[in-house]
Structures are given as structure tokens and as C-alpha cells.
Design a protein around this ligand. Structure first.
Ligand SMILES: Cc1cc2nc3c(=O)[nH]c(=O)nc-3n(C[C@H](O)[C@H](O)[C@H](O)COP(=O)(O)OP(=O)(O)OC[C@H]3O[C@@H](n4cnc5c(N)ncnc54)[C@H](O)[C@@H]3O)c2cc1C
Length: 388
């Protein structure tokens, strides 16, 4: 499948070339940013291979104002602003104490961040790349890769409603931007180190109907709707954000064992847990969950090997950070931009990989400091593990 440059919607074409200068596996923020940055430096013959078609709900929506600077560097900032994602005016947190803490965007010279419609944002980045001449193959998965003297032969599986077909392309260089699947790097033998993954149990609550609200509730909703909410509880932490359609996303983060033991995939159990989180509970008006509870792995790790001959990994494929940092998207875009400067120079590619490793070490320190701030439940296995 391919987006042609003139289109702003996914297009189910099937043309592809047999040779590319750079193949980018994964059309998320890292892959699209890398493609845009490469195109900016005049590289042609770039293909993004994306397994999805940007139609499904994607989680991960908070970005800071700094992200706009990266979009400026890619010359897509004005187009982004026209997308009308919801402004995020800061964080409101109950972390380390039951007193509310604020981190207000008013203190930031760059202004507010955003709560994204994440699928729309990913699609936007992909369309921007295709408009700059990047081939975008959607509903197309990398399934195999074999190195040769000049790069890699890549086996791709294209799916449509009717059938699946396999095609082979050649690329001189491969960028693994496949997110936590790290599909290409793992085919090269890389594996994940320092796995500190959490599980996220998410529910969306329907659109607010202002007509049904009394004034007091309406004011409360207006006040809270532009903030990200964080609340630490004994078994994990809650996160809340209003999405651009004004639906409320509420998520609970904990260890897999807790999620399993408490059967949190069942709405009634999840709601019972929410009922104990005084502040997060106050964000919802009724127990009407928009859809079933969805679970996501929220990974934290770094690959042991981030680059090799004619390839490198970026974004979550290279190093994934706990969502408490809210920095995954910004990091992915920054990685994509930076990697584009180094592709084609093996020594620099190695240096870039070392930089990602160093950033991961800094992240581990920051993560540890963040979790150490919460000391209210010394007996809790969740917090004990997070403090290790
Ligand atoms: C629950 C949760 C909440 C989060 N919240 C936030 C947040 O609020 N703010 C924030 O900044 N970050 C957040 N993150 C992290 C953020 O989503 C990631 O850091 C970010 O998406 C990384 O971008 P990426 O481009 O590296 O990977 P991804 O966005 O994962 O993109 C990878 C792409 O590769 C494609 N792909 C996978 N396998 C293949 C294959 N075999 N062939 C072809 N394509 C393939 C996928 O379809 C996907 O589109 C959150 C993460 C989770 C799990």
C-alpha cells in the first residue's frame, strides 16, 4: 500500500520499487521524523514500511511544548497547529503526598503542550513525509531480512481485506523504528536490557454533554480538562487526560502480576479500584465506560545493540521509557531527526548509538528519582519494586 505525495488520506495502492536508499521500518513518530529529516537533507528513495493504516486508536497522547521546536526543525509546525489537538496547560499530581501539586505551563516560556489525538497525529506525520516524496507503504509488515554486500533484502507482507501477499525490496540502509517490537534489530540478534515494564489498563469515558451539567460541574470540568492528572496509589498510579474529542482517558499503571491477580481487564474490577483513588475518581461523572478496558504494555528497556553494518535503531525500538516521563514521543522525534544526520557514516552511527545508551542511563536515574519521591506505602510490593 502506498500514500502518493498529493494525498492526505491513506491510499490502498500497491506500487513499490525494488530498490531504496533507506527503508524505515515503522511509521510512528520516530520513523516519520527520520524520513522527514532525511528528505530535508536531499536524500531520495526513502520508504516507510508501516504495519498499520493509522485508523486504530493509539495510546500515548501527552506532549510538551518543546516538541513544537522539533516540528519546527522539520518545517511541519504550522501544519501541526492547524490540526487542533487539545492544549495541555500542565500537570496536576498527587505524588508523594495527598496534597495536589501543579506543574503549570504558564511557567514555561514555550507555552502549553498538547493532548493529542494520537492516531491523527501519527497519520499527520506520515502524510507530511509522503508529501515530501517519501514512499509510505501501509498495512505492510516487515517479516524477514537478509543482509547482503550492499544492504538488506527485506521481505514485506502486505495485507488487504481480501488477501496477503509477500514482496521483496532491497534497501542500502535500514532504520528500525518499529517501536517496542524492535523487529529488525531483533532479527539482527539484538535483545532488550533493563526491562522495567509496567502494564497499562485504559478506559475511555464518553464525550461530555454540557447540556446535562449543572454550573458547578461544568466549571470543574473546564478547570480540569486542560491538565494531565497523575495520582499515585498503593498498587500503582493513575493517569487522566481529556482527548481532543473531550472524551476522558483514564489509565492505571501497575505490574502484570497485580493486573492479573485483580482481574483488571474486567470493567467492574477496574472501576472498583478507581473508586479507591479519590482524586482520579472525581474526574468521571458516571461509570459509563466508552468501550472495554484495553491493556497495553508500557515498556522500559534499552537494546543491547542499537546499530550495525547498514542499520540502526531509533525511538522505542532502541530505548523505551516509562510513560510517567511523558517523553516518549518527543524522544522518538528527536532520535529520528538526529539519526538522519548520521546515516551513511558507520563511525557516526556508532557514536549516535552510544548517545542513545547514555540518554537511557540518564533516564534510568530520572525514573528512579521520580519513583523515590513516593514513600507513602513502604509495604507495597509495587513501590518496593519501583524503588529498586
Ligand atoms: C500506555 C502508554 C502510554 C504512553 N503515554 C505517552 C505520553 O503520554 N506521552 C509520550 O510522549 N509518550 C507516551 N508513551 C510512549 C510513546 O507512545 C512512545 O514512546 C512513542 O510512540 C515511540 O514512537 P516510535 O515511533 O518509536 O514507536 P511507535 O509509535 O510504537 O511506532 C512504531 C510503528 O512501527 C510499526 N510496526 C511495528 N512492527 C512493524 C513491522 N513488523 N513492520 C512494519 N511496521 C511495524 C507500528 O505499527 C507503529 O506504527 C506511552 C506509551 C504507552 C505504552
Amino acid at each position: 500500500m502506498i500514500f502518493s505525495a498529493a494525498q492526505s488520506q491513506p491510499n490502498c495502492g500497491s506500487s513499490y520499487k525494488s530498490n531504496y536508499r533507506v527503508a524505515i521500518i515503522g511509521g510512528g513518530p520516530a520513523g516519520c521524523a527520520c524520513a522527514l529529516a532525511l528528505a530535508q537533507t536531499g536524500v531520495t528513495d526513502i520508504v516507510i514500511v508501516e504495519a498499520g493504516d493509522y485508523s486504530q486508536f493509539r495510546i500515548g497522547e501527552s506532549i510538551s511544548s518543546e516538541t513544537l521546536l522539533l516540528m519546527q526543525a522539520l518545517n511541519i509546525d504550522q501544519a501541526f497547529l492547524q490540526q487542533n489537538h487539545a492544549p495541555c496547560f500542565g500537570n496536576c499530581s498527587y505524588w508523594g503526598s495527598d496534597k495536589r501539586g501543579y506543574n503549570d505551563a504558564i511557567m514555561n516560556p514555550l507555552g502549553h503542550g498538547w493532548h493529542l489525538d494520537r492516531s491523527k497525529f501519527n497519520r499527520f506525520l506520515a502524510v507530511q513525509a509522503s508529501e515530501r516524496g517519501v514512499h509510505l507503504l501501509t498495512s505492510t509488515k516487515l517479516s524477514g531480512s537478509i543482509p547482503d554486500a550492499t544492504g538488506f533484502n527485506l521481505t514485506l507482507t502486505q495485507s488487504s481485506a481480501k488477501n496477503k501477499k509477500s514482496v521483496t525490496i532491497h534497501a542500502d540502509f535500514v532504520v528500525d523504528a518499529s517501536g517496542t517490537r524492535a523487529v529488525f534489530a531483533r532479527q539482527r540478534g539484538s535483545f532488550k536490557l533493563n526491562d522495567l515494564s509496567l502494564v497499562c489498563m485504559a478506559a475511555r469515558f464518553p464525550l461530555l454533554n454540557h447540556d446535562q451539567l449543572n454550573d458547578e460541574k461544568l466549571n470543574h470540568d473546564k478547570e480540569i480538562s486542560g491538565l494531565t492528572h497523575i495520582e499515585a496509589v498503593e498498587q500503582g498510579w493513575w493517569y487522566g487526560a481529556h482527548l481532543p474529542d473531550r472524551s476522558l482517558l483514564l489509565t492505571f499503571y501497575s505490574h502484570a502480576a497485580t493486573v492479573k491477580a485483580q482481574r483488571l481487564q474486567h470493567t467492574e474490577n477496574w472501576l472498583a479500584l478507581l473508586a479507591k483513588a479519590t482524586n482520579s475518581k472525581s474526574l468521571i461523572r458516571s461509570n459509563q465506560v466508552a468501550d472495554e478496558i484495553q491493556s497495553f504494555v508500557a515498556p522500559s528497556y534499552c537494546l543491547n545493540q542499537l546499530s550495525g553494518r547498514n542499520w540502526l535503531a531509533i525511538g522505542d525500538a532502541a530505548s523505551a521509557w516509562d510513560p510517567i516521563t511523558s517523553q516518549g514521543i518527543t524522544k522518538a522525534i528527536a532520535n529520528g531527526i538526529e539519526a538522519a544526520q548520521f546515516i551513511g557514516s558507520p563511525e557516526n552511527e556508532f557514536t549516535f548509538a552510544q548517545t542513545i545508551k547514555k540518554m537511557h542511563q540518564n533516564y534510568l536515574t530520572m525514573r528512579s528519582q521520580l519513583y523515590q519521591l513516593e514513600q507513602r506505602w513502604p509495604e507495597s510490593s509495587f513501590w518496593q519494586k519501583q524503588h529498586l
